[in-house]
Write a protein that binds this ligand. Sequence first.
Ligand SMILES: *Cc1c(COP(=O)(O)O)cnc(C)c1O
Length: 217
Amino acid sequence: MGRIAAACARSGRNPGDVRLVAVSKTMAAERVRELIQAGHLLFGENRVQEALLKIDAVEPGPEWHFIGHLQKNKIRHAIGKFALIHSVDGQEMALVLDRRCRAEGMVQPVLLQVNQAAETTKHGIRPEDLPALAAEVEGCAGLDLQGLMSIPPPEKNPEDSRRWFAGLRTLRDRLGPELGRELPELSMGMSDSYPLAVEEGATLVRVGTALFGSRQV
Ligand SMILES: *Cc1c(COP(=O)(O)O)cnc(C)c1O
């Protein structure tokens, strides 16, 4: 998408450092196939069952990311299907996922989902609890912590989203030294805000409506 390249140019970033996750939730497999044929190979889904059906329905090749809340009873179905799980949002879920991954002899790349504004309607770890969870996940042999994800509160004026994106970057930048290594990924920005997120350092933007049109459900 040209708007990502333009945002990179404005902020002095390398466009190769930003990946577009096409959020195909609720969209038929046919719509995914159209994008694959146009050369797009990274998709995001927020429900395990729906994702697995779609993954089976389209040709192998694209990378699939899980971006929704992962219920404990769905974890075993999700193992091995997603190149990245954006939404590890608590200790219990992290430990169950870790145990499952180790049992399968695999290492699952993950992000920690941060609930930046401590909204009661949203999943995610509160910023003050992030260091402890990150340290715990870092110690999980079945998980590979790659960075942070956030769904900030909607803002009437999109420009107001910028502070949330900058805030997530700051959290990530502080966490790195605490863990003794850099965390490469920042998953932030959706249809209404992704150019701003790119300007503030996003490495993964999750875009649904702006690519597929509005959802019917
Ligand atoms: C649906 C969804 C998106 C995409 O939202 P749009 O506004 O359609 O771009 C991004 N992230 C998550 C976690 C979602 O559930």
